[in-house]
Design a protein around this ligand. Structure first.
Ligand code: PGA
Length: 248
């Protein structure tokens, strides 16, 4: 049985003070949650938020990282730096990085390798745009994101990855995928992992759904057999709604 995993992606939100309050409120309740939980604050608040999480079972994650280990890469953050401040996870290939910042599958794959070398657990985001869904190219696009994201990863490394299926049209729009739409894509992704790495890894790997997850829709989506958790944006900025999703 896969344990559910709910992660909050704070994106470019909160002040340091708000971040600490939010983290502390989640940490206080975390002991009673049935799922694994992680929060991913902005880089500059990781260390302060880490102190607020100390002793709790809430894991910390970065929202991105660079693939080089160190050196002259102005403005970038390495996997080792994320580890150093207490991160267990790192989100890679989020749709905002793919579509706003322009990250390619090749770049994201380099980051996947670098994250694993640094001892981080990647959360690889994949998902189609509205245009791609409407022209029946969902699995072509999601399939490419998965294949290219995992390129060159050993089975052992692949087993450390969480996949987040996040249809771009559902992110921040209030328009979530239906439970059935999510289940369909999740099952296809698991099938791909089975072809690439065999049944044991396919059965163990966690596939989160992301895109307008709220307390009101979390239960139905999370009840799907291949939905193993959620990557939450907007609704993770309030402790109550994030905790309600983690309880769903
Ligand atoms: P949302 O964002 O919950 O605000 O739609 C999800 C995400 O981008 O991970």
């Amino acid at each position: 049985m896969r344990k559910k995993f709910v992660a909050g992606n704070w994106k470019m939100n909160t002040t340091a003070e708000e971040g600490v309050k939010l983290a502390a409120a989640i940490a206080r309740e975390a002991g009673s949650l049935p799922s694994d939980v992680a929060i991913c604050p902005p880089f500059v608040y990781l260390q302060t938020v880490a102190s607020a999480l100390k002793g709790s079972r809430v894991a910390l994650g970065g929202q991105d990282m660079y693939f080089e280990a160190k050196g002259a890469f102005t403005g970038e953050i390495s996997g080792a730096m994320l580890k150093d401040v207490g991160c267990a996870y790192v989100i890679l290939g989020h749709s905002e990085r793919r579509h706003v910042i322009g990250e390619t599958d090749a770049l994201i794959n380099k980051k996947m390798h670098a994250a694993l070398v640094a001892g981080l657990l990647p959360i690889l985001c994949v998902g189609e745009t509205l245009d791609e869904r409407e022209s029946n190219r969902t699995m072509e696009v999601v399939g490419r994101h998965v294949r290219e994201g995992f390129k060159g990863l050993s089975a052992e490394a692949a087993g450390k990855v969480t996949i987040a299926y996040e249809p771009v049209w559902a992110i921040g729009t209030g328009r979530n995928a239906t439970a059935q739409q999510a289940q369909e894509v999740h099952a296809e992704i698991r099938g791909m992992i089975q072809q690439m790495y065999g049944p044991a890894i396919a059965q163990a790997i966690r596939i989160q759904y992301g895109g307008s997850v709220k307390p009101e829709n979390a239960r139905e989506i999370l009840a799907q057999p291949d939905v193993d958790g959620a990557l939450v944006g907007g609704a993770c900025l309030k402790a109550d709604s994030f905790l309600a999703i983690a309880r769903a």
